[in-house]
Design a protein around this ligand. Structure first.
Ligand SMILES: Nc1ncnc2c1ncn2[C@@H]1O[C@H](COP(=O)(O)OP(=O)(O)OP(=O)(O)O)[C@@H](O)[C@H]1O
Ligand SMILES: [Mg+2]
Length: 636
């Protein structure tokens, strides 16, 4: 068995020198050249080996798109292929009598979807689900489809309305660099990894022209603001500011050249994503004027200085921790950039206030150094998450249109793919839960499509067996007891519970579910979920705390005192909100956990998807190094 590396046969055998099955050999030897097969369902026999061989042959021939029944498989070229995405090619697919007869392409999917809207056959609304692992090309593909619709679904050409139309299409496209600057980061697997999920609804009028759009985001990885894995980076925007600010702005934002920030790791690495001007230009197009932009960047600079506020251990537990000498200046700068009074900022980070008793007496308790760090990080996460949500709402108000002016939509879904690391936690549980839901949606659609095909061919329908993942979903989200409900219950009861106790509770309450397993060799308490894509081990330590995502009310109150215009918008002094912020136990409002919020937004998303005709694009990463011309079958 030969394996192709950089276009050359290496002679390596990826499968331990096993001889090829006879039928495979026959297929590989006799069939038409593999790279000419443009539908994976045509390979015969259909095995993982033949499918991967076919994709590999196509990749080596610079053919990046292949059909697989009702799905389009997209291989990441890892190199610019401009002719593949030119406006001329978009028009060719758009005007072709039968675009599906052209070479497989994302434009075939884009055009088919568009024609479905025009056909008015129910459900008229369409969705394109783009899936794949990190770095496979989901965001690239979604962006490209948005450009396709900006060309083919452009508004009329009369000079005046054309200008208006261009503005809306351009605005929709301009939302991308902004959301990527604030929501993407360089990770080990992708230099431009989306750290949030996104569903964009492109709205079409009766004449099938794009008149507006609406964006919905999911689960921003806000912890990245204050904590980055080694060799990874914070969100792009921080690097854009530090690299792109003018001398004058550097003075205003206290960002001298070469300044070191603990929340800005790997600053020397330059990426093509470090384009401050592109972000600023896009913000301007979306109505975020220069003073507001400068305000945003000033607040972000304030967060960078906040990250340099390092505390020293306190010798006396009754006394608050002191700032390290080197951090005193950071306190001053951060407070000034965030327009917060210096002393209350420091006090809030190092002293906890507890209300207790009938009279709600206030007690002040000095925090340990670790607690001070947690509160500092929490403050940054709180500001960043609200800023991100605010930006999304500004983008939405800039690209939205009057609800009466559109009649149908095409939705594009770009969500994080299935994740499995050596240690997995709540983030992976949510992401993999979303992928299980999407998988179920896909399987249901696939079976329906098969049934229809059988009916057209006059064949009697017999059930095609396909892995049903309902059991796994029952384990994660089922009622009355599931992993989600058990984690939520721990948050609601607010009882001290160790990682081992949580594991025991999950194991005993859900023992009957075949998708639950445990790793006997694992030193740390954990449980295994057998997902459709494989088993994943989740550590129970920290799950409950992450699910609570507690924000000490003092932090919100502090930010409400800020004199900064942007922070005033992000943290209004709303009496209702104040009541909500009271620590649980003091208010009777139900505890809104991360899992319950995520579950609700996922249900809403699936409701939208169910109401549409779905299309699927599966992005594949041909190798984990991001190299062009390299297809490693064991990595794909
Ligand atoms: N069709 C393409 N042509 C050229 N380059 C591409 C293409 N698709 C992807 N790439 C390259 O691969 C990189 C990773 O793609 P992308 O950011 O879309 O991955 P992703 O699936 O969204 O990953 P994540 O889940 O981490 O967000 C891009 O930055 C780009 O350099
Ligand atoms: Mg992405």
């Amino acid at each position: 068995m030969l394996q192709q590396v950089n276009g050359h046969s290496s002679g390596l055998d990826a499968h331990g020198g096993e001889a090829l099955r006879e039928d495979l050999q026959e297929f590989l030897g006799q069939e038409a050249p593999l790279h000419l097969l443009d539908d994976l369902t045509k390979v015969n026999p259909v095995t993982l080996e033949t499918v991967l061989r076919c994709l590999q042959a196509r990749y080596m021939a610079d053919t990046f798109y292949t059909n697989a029944g009702c799905t389009l498989v997209a291989l990441n070229p890892f190199k610019p292929v401009p002719q593949l995405y030119s406006p001329e090619l978009m028009r060719e697919y758009h005007t072709a009598p039968q675009p599906q007869k052209l070479k497989p392409h994302i434009f075939t999917v884009g055009e088919q979807t568009y024609r479905n809207v025009k056909s008015l056959i129910e459900p008229v609304n369409q969705s394109i689900v783009v899936s794949g692992e990190s770095g496979a090309g989901k965001t690239w593909t979604s962006r490209c489809l948005m450009k396709f619709y900006a060309v083919v679904a452009a508004s009329p050409t009369s000079s005046e309305s054309h200008k208006v139309a261009e503005r809306i299409e351009q605005r929709i496209l301009n939302s991308n660099p902004i959301m990527e600057a604030f929501g993407n980061a360089c990770t080990l697997r992708n230099n431009n990894s989306s750290r949030f999920g996104k569903f964009i609804q492109l709205q079409l009028n009766r004449a099938h022209q794009m008149t507006g759009a609406a964006v919905q985001t999911y689960l921003l990885e806000k912890t990245r603001v204050a904590c980055q894995a080694s060799s990874e980076r914070n969100f792009h925007i921080f690097y854009q500011i530090c690299k792109g600010a003018s001398a004058d702005q550097r003075l205003q934002w206290h960002l001298p050249e070469g300044a070191a920030f603990s929340w800005l790791p790997n600053p020397d690495r330059t990426l093509e994503e470090d384009c401050f001007e592109v972000t600023r230009e896009a913000m301007l197009h979306l109505g975020i004027d220069t003073p507001t932009q400068n305000n945003i960047f000033k607040v972000l600079a304030g967060l960078l200085h906040l990250g340099n506020m390092l505390f020293a251990d306190s010798e006396d537990e009754a006394q608050p921790c002191q700032l390290m000498d080197s951090a005193k200046c950071s306190l001053r700068t951060s407070a000034s950039l965030l327009c917060l009074p210096e002393d209350p900022l420091l006090e809030t980070l190092r002293i906890r206030t507890i209300r207790a008793g009938r009279q709600q007496q206030v007690f002040r308790k000095p925090c340990s150094r670790a607690e001070c760090d947690t509160r500092r990080d929490c403050l940054a996460k709180l500001v960043y998450a609200r800023l991100f949500d605010w930006l999304v709402s500004v983008i939405n108000s800039s690209i939205c249109t009057d609800p009466n002016s559109w009649t149908s939509f095409i939705g594009l879904l770009d969500v994080y793919g299935f994740e499995s690391f050596p240690d997995n936690s709540l983030e992976q549980l949510c992401i993999n839960y979303a992928n299980e839901k999407l998988q179920q949606h896909f399987v249901a659609h696939y079976l329906r499509a098969q049934q229809e095909e059988y009916a057209v061919e006059g064949l009697e329908w017999s059930f095609v067996s396909y892995q049903d993942n309902q059991t796994c979903l029952d384990l994660i989200e089922g009622s009355p007891i599931s992993i989600c409900s058990l984690i939520n219950e721990e948050c609601r009861l607010n009882r001290p519970s160790s990682a081992a106790q949580l594991r025991t509770r999950i194991e005993s309450a859900l023992a009957g579910n075949p998708c639950l397993g445990h790793d006997k060799l694992s030193r740390e308490p954990s449980f295994i979920v057998v997902h459709y894509a494989g088993p994943v081990r989740y550590l129970t330590a920290g799950l409950v705390e992450k699910n609570k995502d507690p924000v000490p009310p003092e932090l919100t109150r502090l930010l409400q005192q800020s004199q900064d215009p942007l922070l005033k918008v992000l943290f209004p002094t709303d009496p209702e909100e104040k009541a909500q912020e009271e620590p649980s136990g003091q208010s009777r409002a139900p505890v809104l956990t991360v899992v319950s919020k995520f579950k609700a937004s996922l249900e809403q998303l699936l409701q939208v998807l169910h109401s549409t005709t779905p299309h699927y694009i599966r992005c594949i990463k041909p190798n984990s190094q991001g190299q062009a011309q390299t297809f490693l079958r064991e990595e794909a």
